[in-house]
Every structure is written in structure tokens, then in C-alpha cells.
Design a binder for this molecule. Structure first.
Ligand SMILES: *Cc1c(COP(=O)(O)O)cnc(C)c1O
Length: 383
């Protein structure tokens, strides 16, 4: 169906941060399949692991124990401090799971009309519940009636949440991206998550973090919340968890990990051996190759150099981000830059109309970061 306006290129193969099209032209991938290919394209260790898994066992269903799924859940529990995982196949499904979990949590406490606080400019997916949670009219328009049970507040505004809590006794959870991705690479004030944690503790709400884009090493830590010294109740993951093999996860700690009972939620494909072997191997590679440190170092390097090159231009509003999630906000819509970059062999993205977004693979090397800096700076200077 006609759901995408695609760029005029087809890629034939990939290696590390590089892609080649069918004519053999080479592209530097500063988008990584929208934050999916964190370990780069076709990492040999991943290719080997999923090839071997495909030759052994691909799928059995969740009617049975799945050893790779248990192994992945244990690993995620160690890394996140949240001890229970539900596996699905995408970010939207992971958030859908979190929304159901919060609603059931409310019902279990005698709240018949549970409300989840969500943010302006957020993005949580394209299913009915997640597009309702999303703070972007373009995503919702034409799909009404939307769901009830959501209250929206500005991102990075703790006072606004305090006001909702004073008036709405049905709130059961907050759902928020630690760093907003689609909404324009928005980084909140340093104490924001701590403030949210405190409000949730005072009110008995679940703090649910959508780490679908910012998680899995991109922020310099396994999870973005680990930059804030807080423990959430729930995190959702997808995108780079399986490096392109579809897998999503909703991970809950303590109370949140015990809400679902058999029959409350399910997924046919969720957590099958093939997807879980991709995720386990992805996490192993990030650990072995120290990619979180690299993400932070290269992210800082790119941001610092972009600031030097572009900081004084009158049509550049702000350069921001954390780790390898970088946004350059311009004063005017700049979608055309994507095609210009493509012609020059660079893959970038523009989100929220006027924000150039960079999400390079975590395996990027300094000389490759320099190429991104030079090409992006030239493009924006000439724009
Ligand atoms: C991409 C994204 C989603 C949706 O993920 P899908 O796999 O496309 O369903 C949800 N939340 C955030 C923060 C995202 O960036």
C-alpha cells in the first residue's frame, strides 16, 4: 500500500556504517535504519549467530519453554535491573504492552477508568493505543475515534504533571521517552526523570520509559534512564534490540513485573529462538566491543564539531542530543536536505519538519564521524 514516500534508491548490501546501492555507489549511513543497526550492517558475529540459529530452530511458539528467550530475559534483567520481560515484535507492540499493563495495574487497584499521562511531541507507534499516546496530530488525523484514558502534558515540565495529579484521581502511570526521537531529538533538563520518579512514588504510579529509540547503548549507557540514576518500573525496547531481526520487549521490575497473569497478553512470534538469538548476540557485541563508550565519545565529537561549524549560522537554531542521537534544528523546513545528502552518498533524516537527525551506528569510527561532520556542515551552510 502507498504508506511511504520512498527515496529513489535501493540498497543491495551493507557492511559496518556503509551501504551500497544496486549500481555499486557507496553511502555512509548516518541513520542506521532509524536507530536499528547499532552494531552496523551485517556484523559477522550476528550473521553467524542467526545463520546457525536458523539451521537449528527458528520458531516453536510460546506454548512451550524457549531457552533463548529465557536467556535473553535474564540478560536484560541484569542490564536493566528490571526482572521480567515480555517479548513482542516491534516498538508499537512493546508500548501497547506497557499501556495494557498500566491499565490492568489500575483495575487491580480499583481504578475503573485508568489514565496514563503522556507528553506533547512524543512518539510511541502507529497502533490505535500507541498513536493515541503519541503527541502528534499528523499521526492521529483520520483515525478517530481515539482511545480514552490518556492525559497529555508538555514534555520536560514537572509542574504540569503535578497539576494533573491534583485534578485527576484516575492516573496510574506516566509514559515518556527519556530523550524524544521523532519529536525532534529533545533532551530534557538533567533532573527531569528524577522528578518524574518522585511524582510516581508519591502517587503510586508506574514510571514507564519508552526506550525504543534511545535504548541499547545509543545514549552511552545500556539504557537512557541510566544517565539519571533512577529506576523506572517499565521500559520498552525494540529498534536496535535485534539489529534488524524484528523483536520488541516490555520489561518490568518488581510490582510491574507481576501484573500480567497467563491469558492477559500474548504474541505468536514474540521472543522466538531466531529473534532472541539476534538480540542476545547484539547485546554481546555491544559489550565486547565497548560500543557504549564509543557511542558517547563519537556523539560528543560529532556534536562539538557541528557546533563549531554551524553554531553561529543564523538559520541554525540549536544543536542538541545525547550520545549518538543528534538533532540540528534549523529555522525553516529542511526536508529537501535528505535528498541532497543522498545524492552525495550520505544517509540522514529530517524529523518534525526542520530538525536534521543523525542516528549513526554505534560502531562508527572517528574518521567516519569526520566525514559526517564535513558533509552535514557543508549541506547546512549551503542551505
Ligand atoms: C520507532 C519508535 C516506536 C515505534 O516502533 P515500531 O517498531 O515502528 O512500532 C515507538 N517509540 C519510539 C520512541 C520510537 O522511536
Amino acid at each position: 500500500m502507498n504508506t511511504y514516500s520512498r527515496l529513489p534508491v535501493t540498497f543491495a548490501k551493507g557492511e559496518g556504517v556503509w551501504l551500497w546501492d544496486a549500481q555499486g555507489k557507496k553511502y555512509l549511513d548516518a541513520l542506521a535504519g532509524i536507530a536499528v543497526c547499532g552494531i552496523g550492517h551485517c556484523h559477522p558475529k550476528l550473521v553467524k549467530a542467526i545463520s546457525e540459529q536458523a539451521g537449528t530452530l527458528i520458531h516453536t511458539s510460546n506454548l512451550y519453554h524457549v531457552d533463548k528467550q529465557e536467556k535473553l530475559a535474564k540478560k536484560l534483567a541484569i542490564l536493566s535491573g528490571l526482572n521480567k520481560s515480555f517479548f513482542c515484535n516491534s516498538g508499537a507492540e512493546a508500548n501497547e504492552t506497557a499501556i495494557k499493563l498500566a491499565r490492568l495495574y489500575g483495575h487491580n487497584r480499583g481504578i475503573d477508568q485508568p489514565t496514563i499521562i503522556v507528553m506533547e511531541n512524543s512518539f510511541h507507534g502507529r497502533t490505535m493505543a500507541t498513536l493515541t499516546a503519541t503527541g502528534n496530530r499528523k499521526v492521529q488525523a483520520g483515525f478517530e475515534p481515539l482511545l480514552t484514558g490518556f492525559a497529555r502534558v508538555p514534555f520536560n515540565d514537572l509542574d504540569a504533571i503535578a497539576q494533573v495529579s491534583a485534578h485527576n484521581k484516575n492516573v496510574v502511570a506516566i509514559l515518556v521517552e527519556p530523550y524524544q526521537g521523532e519529536g525532534g531529538v529533545n533532551v530534557p533538563q538533567a533532573n527531569y526523570l528524577k522528578g518524574l520518579r518522585q511524582i510516581c512514588d508519591e502517587n503510586g504510579w508506574l514510571l514507564m520509559l519508552d526506550e525504543v529509540q534511545c535504548g541499547i547503548g545509543r545514549s552511552g549507557k545500556w539504557f537512557a534512564f541510566q544517565n539519571s540514576e533512577i529506576a523506572p518500573d517499565v521500559i520498552t525496547l525494540a529498534k536496535s534490540l535485534g539489529s534488524g531481526v524484528p523483536i520488541g520487549a516490555c520489561i518490568g521490575g518488581n510490582v510491574a513485573g507481576e501484573i500480567f497473569k497467563p491469558g492477559n497478553h500474548a504474541s505468536t512470534f514474540g521472543g522466538n529462538p531466531l529473534a532472541c538469538s539476534a538480540a542476545i548476540t547484539t547485546l554481546d557485541i555491544i559489550e565486547e566491543e565497548n560500543l557504549m563508550r564509543n557511542a558517547l565519545e563519537q556523539g560528543n565529537f560529532i556534536q562539538k564539531n557541528l557546533l563549531e561549524q554551524l553554531g553561529n549560522l543564523s538559520h541554525v537554531t540549536q544543536i542538541r542530543g545525547h550520545g549518538l542521537m543528534i538533532g540540528i534544528e534549523l529555522t525553516k523546513p529542511c526536508g529537501e536536505l535528505v535528498k541532497k545528502a543522498l545524492e552525495q552518498g550520505l544517509l540522514i533524516n529530517v524529523t518534525s519538519n526542520k530538525i536534521v537527525r543523525l542516528l549513526p551506528p554505534l560502531v562508527i569510527k572517528q574518521n567516519e564521524s569526520e566525514q559526517i561532520i564535513n558533509m552535514v556542515s557543508t549541506l547546512i551552510k549551503e542551505f
